[in-house]
Structure formats: C-alpha cells, structure tokens
Unconditional design. Structure first.
Length: 251
C-alpha cells in the first residue's frame, strides 16, 4: 500500500522543528551575539573561540566535549530518520550511501581545496578590515585528547551542517514545491546566519559556501562529498591552529 502524502503544512512544521532543535536556534543566538558585539564597539577587538575548554579538570572537560559532539550529531540522525520515512529512498534520498566511495572521497577533497583556501584568505582579509573577530579555532589545553576531540568536532560539523542544511532542508523545500534557487538561497542564508558570531566575514564566507554546496546538491543529489569536504576543512582548520598557534605570526 502506498504511503499517504504528508500535508505541506505538516512538512513546513517539521522543517521548523528540525531547525528549532539544531541550526535554526544557533542562527538566532548568533545574530543576538552579533548585535551585542556591534553595539559594544564592533568586531575589531572581539575574539571568537570555536572549540573552548569546558573545565580545567581533564575528565570533566573531555566528558563535556564528547557530550557536545553527540549533541551535534543527534539532529542529523533525526533528519535521516525523517528522510527514511519520506521520501524513503535508497541513501535516504540524498546520496548518503557507499555506491562510489573513492570517487566521492576525491570529490570531497577537491571541494575542500576549492572552498578552504579562498575561505582562509577571506578570514584574514576580514580580520584585517576589522569586520571579523579574531578566530581561535581551539581553546583546548595541550593534553592527550586535544587532537582526537578536534578531529571529532570537525566531523560532527560536517555531518550536522550538510545533512541538515543541504540534504534534509533542500529535499523538504523541493517537496514543498519551492523553486531550487530560492531553496538554495534560504539554506545559505541560514548557514551564514549561524556564523555571524564571527563577524561579517563569517557570514559572507559561509553564505557563499552554502550557495556552492546547494548548487552541487541540486545538480547531483549527492551529499556525501559535501560532508567529506566540510569535515576536512574544519579538521585542517582546528588541528592546524592547535599545532601552529604561537609559532606562526598571523595565527
């Protein structure tokens, strides 16, 4: 027996709830932080720590770090559960499968290089112009779990953002009969919004990233290369900062 079609209003409510337990709330909080900093002198003297320590006690800090990673992955798992029910297609309908692992791994690495290098330049330029906070990609102490946690944080970011903001959101927008261009733009605007705590540069850079990733997905319906690309960008940024901070002048 065919599944009954889900009412469009229910789909819209589902989208709002998924965003409400994940990146939508983060976007609202980030805008509040942005306005707070702008009304206190702007971003020239601001600092944003992406992976802060949670406690001076190692086992407490590690516990909180792992809990935070789990908290980030759960919304992506929820999105996959909903996609498994509708459209109920192989690979969750977003190409999350193992049909072409080598090809898509290479694609992911290529996308990471295409996005990551110009993105780094944009961060440096925005900081120089005083429209971005000074980014500290790791606030973790130099302790044995530092690098494993940073790697897991990078993977969690890639899984959460690309599954929710690209795979899930663009699939639901298409089911709601949104034009592809509007769907990609809204997804990219939300992505940029939850990075406004970094400043204008963080917003613009992630908006462009969202537009490019959305364009890729609408053409291929394959999200795995995007998950790989995002994870690689963040892992290189987090681990590279932790390893080089204090040794390279501009970090």
């Amino acid at each position: 027996m065919d599944q009954p079609a889900r009412r469009p209003d229910r789909l819209g409510l589902e989208v709002l709830l998924v965003l409400g337990v994940s990146l939508g709330i983060s976007a609202i909080g980030s805008w509040i932080n942005f306005l707070d900093i702008q009304t206190r002198g702007g971003f020239r003297n601001a600092t944003a720590t992406l992976n802060p320590a949670e406690s001076p006690r190692a086992w407490v800090d590690l516990s909180y770090q792992l809990l935070g990673i789990l908290n980030g992955v759960v919304p992506a798992l929820l999105a996959l559960l909903l996609l498994s029910r509708m459209p109920a297609l192989p690979g969750f309908g977003i190409g999350l499968d193992r049909l072409r692992p080598k090809r898509e791994t290479l694609q992911g690495l290529g996308i990471a290089a295409l996005i990551g290098l110009p993105g780094l330049g944009l961060v440096v330029l925005a900081r120089h112009l005083g429209i971005n906070a000074e980014l500290q990609a790791s606030g973790l102490a130099d302790i044995w779990y530092r690098y494993p946690v940073l790697v897991l944080e990078g993977i969690q970011n890639g899984v959460l953002e690309e599954i929710v903001m690209i795979g899930y959101l663009l699939t639901r927008f298409r089911q709601l009969d949104w034009p592809a261009g509007r769907a990609v733009l809204v997804s990219a605007l939300i992505r940029g919004s939850y990075h406004t705590y970094q400043g204008i540069g963080g917003f613009v850079g992630n908006l462009v990233m969202g537009l490019l990733f959305g364009w890729w997905f609408t053409r291929t319906r394959r999200v795995l290369p995007l998950v790989i690309a995002h994870s690689v960008i963040d892992i290189v940024s987090f681990v590279g900062y932790a390893a080089l901070h204090g040794r390279v002048g501009w970090l």
